[in-house]
Design a protein around this ligand. Structure first.
Ligand SMILES: NC(=O)c1ccc[n+]([C@@H]2O[C@H](COP(=O)([O-])OP(=O)(O)OC[C@H]3O[C@@H](n4cnc5c(N)ncnc54)[C@H](OP(=O)(O)O)[C@@H]3O)[C@@H](O)[C@H]2O)c1
Length: 368
């Protein structure tokens, strides 16, 4: 059971909080996890260190309480991001060891990355940026516009036509064919998206075909893609490979923009779904990451002829791509960028850990 929270001023042993933590990946016969070594700096004395854990024994990071036993506990099968965000919440300094025996799984480990909606904007920039990661992953750019796919093929990407707005069965068939051709596929960036404006004060103007299409591309097709790829990712994970589902929501998943109400709702849906999926997969090597862009330079808003106005306030694509790839390489579960970071801190921090907590309680038959 988790004990009471210890604030940054002291712990149950009457000592000051240490000045740093070193988090180390531990691989044992039962699985992998992380140990936390704390170093205490006392003036005039050599640094004292001891190994501790920042989890309760059942690995429950979602609890508002946190237990800091003084003996070493290997946190079997826990992901590091919850540890790190918990440390941040408690305002504890964190030092990631340079000399970790093994590294935190991130997109840097990916061998083959598929990007949906890679023919323009964020997807295109991410696909091109990820190709140049030090590990030189194979990157598969997908989308509907063949001319643009051809152009990407000329830049060293694999390029495949993939329309995500199909029935789940057809989508599964297309994805199975891709997996057969690229058996190393271990990462997917679920980026394809559309955005429509709707004015509900003018009900006659509401086009339900567009409502359904927007929800399908931004949400349902993402769920269908995940379902289709899950067996493949489970197979890779069983071989000791880390796999990544990386969704793209939006700052609008947290606070809706009233002129794009259905878009905002579709992004809120994917945001919630990704948290739930992460909680289901928390003990596995399948990682769920969410990118939350701010307003970014792209073609998303073009049909409304607002590009000129928007271009005064959006984040340049190059800057967004750089910050996002840096965020992914840190190994965080959530990558809120630009203005989305402030909104995330205000409304969402700790929510994902709470979802893990609820899931663990649900599995244990406990009340929420
Ligand atoms: N730009 C922003 O301000 C912003 C902010 C927050 C979140 N986002 C999100 O970021 C993602 C990328 O958007 P973006 O801004 O880069 O927009 P974009 O430039 O319009 O790119 C959208 C991409 O989605 C693809 N797409 C659309 N419908 C598709 C379908 N049925 N099947 C397959 N691909 C389809 C398009 O390719 P084809 O037409 O070739 O199929 C295109 O490559 C979206 O999920 C968007 O919601 C963007």
């Amino acid at each position: 059971m988790a004990s009471r929270a210890h604030g940054p001023r002291g712990n149950s042993y009457g000592t000051r909080w240490p000045s740093s933590y070193v988090i180390k990946r531990v691989v044992g016969s039962e699985g992998h996890g992380y140990s936390v070594r704390k170093s205490r700096h006392v003036e005039g004395k050599p640094n004292s260190t001891r190994t501790a854990s920042l989890s309760s024994p059942n690995g429950d990071y979602g609890s508002p309480n946190i237990e800091v036993p003084h003996q070493r506990i290997e946190c079997i099968n826990l992901c590091i991001p919850p540890v790190r965000s918990r440390l941040r919440e408690l305002h504890l300094p964190l030092l990631l060891s340079e000399s970790m025996s093994t590294h935190i799984p991130t997109i840097a480990d990916s061998k083959c990355i598929l990007v949906t909606g890679a023919t323009s904007g964020i997807g295109r920039a991410m696909a091109l940026g990820l190709k140049d990661l030090p590990g030189k992953p194979q990157v598969i750019a997908t989308g509907r516009r063949q001319g643009r796919l051809d152009e990407l093929a000329g830049k060293g990407l694999e390029a495949i036509e993939l329309d995500v707005q199909k029935s789940p069965q057809e989508l599964k068939g297309d994805l199975n064919a891709i997996v057969a051709r690229y058996p190393d596929l271990d990462t997917i960036i679920l980026n394809a998206g559309v955005q429509h404006q709707f004015d509900f004060t003018e009900p006659a103007s509401i086009d339900f075909i567009k409502i359904v299409e927007e929800l399908n591309i931004n949400y349902t097709s993402v769920v269908a893609t995940i379902v289709a790829l899950m067996p493949h990712f489970h197979r890779l994970a069983a071989q000791g490979r880390d796999c990544f589902f990386i969704g793209i929501s939006s700052g609008l998943s947290m606070v809706p923009a009233a002129w794009v109400p259905n878009y905002s709702a579709s992004k809120a849906a994917i945001h919630s779904f990704l948290m739930a999926l992460r909680a289901q997969l928390v003990d596995s090597r399948i990682h769920v990451v969410e990118i939350m862009p701010p307003l970014v330079e792209s073609e998303l808003h073009d049909p409304y002829g607002t590009t000129e106005a928007l271009s005064k306030s959006w984040m340049p694509l190059e800057e967004f791509t750089k910050l996002t790839i840096e965020g992914l390489l840190k190994g965080d579960d959530d990558v809120p960028v630009g203005m989305s970071a402030g909104v995330f801190q205000k409304f969402e921090a700790g929510k994902s850990q709470m979802a893990v907590h609820l899931m663990k309680n649900h599995k244990a038959g406990k009340s929420y």
